[in-house]
Design a protein around this ligand. Structure first.
Ligand code: ADP
Ligand code: MG
Length: 380
């Protein structure tokens, strides 16, 4: 559905003229599981997005329709509650605004999205960021984009129970066309890095594996990182997180750690460093070097952090065998999408090869999405 037809449906249904907001999903080029270790990530918004049609309705009711799901929900401010439904994400955003002292007024909303949900492209962050942005514009709340990102994050924490980092909503709100950003997850500041495609493309291979193991494994990996920091801290009190540790320091404390804690920490320390290196290579427009780092990241995710799965490993191995420049599983783990950096000449050969063999191996049809880097949340 495009903005014009969404606005037309809105008018049919609610008989007034809406404001239209676009809110994109995101990729993360490199920097996986570094966010909660105060490290760096390298996200960018993509050309897949939510569209919201929103107008004030001069009542205290929220009337919201998820067009793709044919579901409509109505509620008022005193009916906000936690849960796992799409409406809970939006309730969390309203709650965040109320807790910041904003005067909450009712709206009519229609929204739709072409971001595949649950594939690791952060549809949930785009949902929260776009809705927050729309309310902020409509009622002139004067919240900054950073506050909107924090409200979106709080919504996932408090209303959906997903302990997500800041990256997804930050990327949805702050991205610029044609760039990735080096986001410092300690200071919440970012630097834009132009991504000059030349003969290259970014392609996502959706493995169609839903990350069911993800939340328990995620908590367990976080604990391993915290355990590592605790051990180092006993002798180096200035160390707050793995961001403050390099490989040399980690080696010193290796004997005090279990083999598993060391391996997890070692992955994170190297991944923070790889992300810094990738920024350096991007500044020189050396995408081949960035691709090599992506393969190293995948090896780390698979054998050190142990959050990959046979399907992602197979796609990455096939990518390497086919001359793809870089490939890695993207997102928390155990499936979702594999992000590939590849030259245009290799793209079709690679897609055909995956199509021909993936189903026989895994009994699932993969999807392929070519990615453009787009601007963050905006009025249309
Ligand atoms: P991800 O953020 O990786 O896409 P999540 O599980 O975090 O996956 O978020 C997916 C949730 O976002 C869905 O369960 C649903 O609540 C909401 N969502 C995503 N797309 C839509 C949509 N088109 N319409 C309504 N809700 C959606
Ligand atoms: Mg999400």
């Amino acid at each position: 559905m495009n903005p014009v037809s969404l606005a037309a449906s809105f008018k049919d249904q609610y008989h007034h003229t809406p404001m239209i907001v676009r809110a994109p999903g995101r990729i993360n080029l490199i920097g996986e599981h570094t966010d909660y270790n105060n490290g760096f990530v390298m996200p960018a918004a993509i050309d897949k997005h939510f569209l919201f049609a929103v107008a004030a309705n001069n009542t205290n009711q929220f009337n919201i329709q998820a067009v793709d799901l044919h579901e409509t929900i109505s509620f008022s401010l005193d009916e906000l509650k936690a849960g796992h439904h799409w409406s809970n994400y939006l309730m969390g955003v309203i709650d965040g605004m109320a807790r910041r002292g904003k005067k909450i007024e009712g709206v009519d909303v229609l929204f739709t999205s072409n971001i595949p949900a649950g594939a690791g492209l952060s549809s949930s962050a785009a949902l929260c960021s776009g809705f927050g942005f729309a309310l902020n514009e409509l009622f002139r709340y004067n919240l900054s984009r950073l506050e909107l990102a924090l409200i979106a994050q709080e919504s996932e924490h408090r209303f959906v129970g997903a302990q997500v980092g800041i990256m997804d909503m930050y990327a949805s709100l702050f991205s610029r066309t044609g760039s990735v950003m080096l986001l410092d997850c300690r200071s919440y500041t970012h630097e834009y890095l132009p991504f000059q495609f030349g003969n290259f493309e970014l392609l996502l291979v959706d493995t169609k594996v839903k990350h069911s193991l993800a939340s328990s494994a995620y908590n367990n990996r976080r604990q391993a990182c915290e355990e590592g920091v605790k051990i180092i801290k006993q002798n180096r009190p200035e160390v707050q997180s793995l961001r403050d540790v390099d490989e040399t320091v980690l080696q010193i404390f290796k004997p005090s750690m279990t083999e598993e804690v060391f391996r997890r920490c070692n992955y994170v320390v190297k991944e923070i460093d790889r992300t810094r290196q990738a920024a350096h290579h991007l500044k020189k427009n050396d995408l081949t070097a960035v691709g090599k780092l992506m393969y190293e990241t995948h090896r780390g995710l698979s054998s050190e952090y142990e959050v990959s799965c046979p399907e992602s490993d197979w796609v990455v191995t096939t990518a390497r065998e086919t001359g793809v420049t870089g490939a890695r599983q993207m997102g928390g783990g155990f499936g979702g999408c594999v992000l590939c950096l590849l030259s245009i000449s290799v793209k079709n050969i690679f897609i055909e090869k995956v199509k021909a063999k993936y189903f026989a191996q895994f009994e699932k049809e993969p999807d392929f999405y070519s990615i453009e880097l787009s601007e963050g949340v905006a009025l249309v």
